[in-house]
Design a binder for this molecule. Structure first.
Ligand SMILES: [Zn+2]
Length: 127
């Protein structure tokens, strides 16, 4: 099994796993996701943006207002982030999103997503 640190699972390479996790484990319905187009993300660098239904606990608006994107702003690493235009949430990592939907800890969110990706996670050591 490959070993990763949590931030590496937020990278473009895991775009499809992130979208799959949101669909299978969090109940998001994606509307315009072409998984073939986004499957080769380790070599294709371009803006990715897909829309779906929001699963945040306080969400009240019409769907599809949730999005998952990976955009390179030239400043930060181009991480996969979730946002909801209705909930006025943005810049949520997969871990932030899992924590909000499942009401769990960061560690639990990392555990859930890394198990889903079938990778071994190296967490920074607690002292
Ligand atoms: Zn929402």
């Amino acid at each position: 099994m490959m070993a990763y640190s949590p931030y590496e699972l937020k990278a473009l390479k895991f775009f499809n796993q992130t979208a799959n996790y949101a669909e299978e484990e969090l109940g998001v319905v994606w509307f315009d996701w072409d998984r073939h187009k986004t499957s080769n993300t380790c070599c294709v660098y371009r803006e990715l943006f897909i829309k779906g239904s929001c699963q945040l606990p306080d969400h009240k608006g019409e769907w599809p207002s949730l999005y998952l994107k990976n955009t390179d702003n030239g400043i930060e690493p181009p991480y996969n982030t979730f946002g909801c235009t209705c909930c006025k949430e943005g810049n949520m990592s997969i871990y932030d999103f899992i924590q909000k939907v499942k009401k769990c800890s960061y560690e639990e969110a990392v555990k859930r997503f890394s198990e889903f990706c079938e990778v071994f996670i190296i967490l920074p050591e607690d002292d």
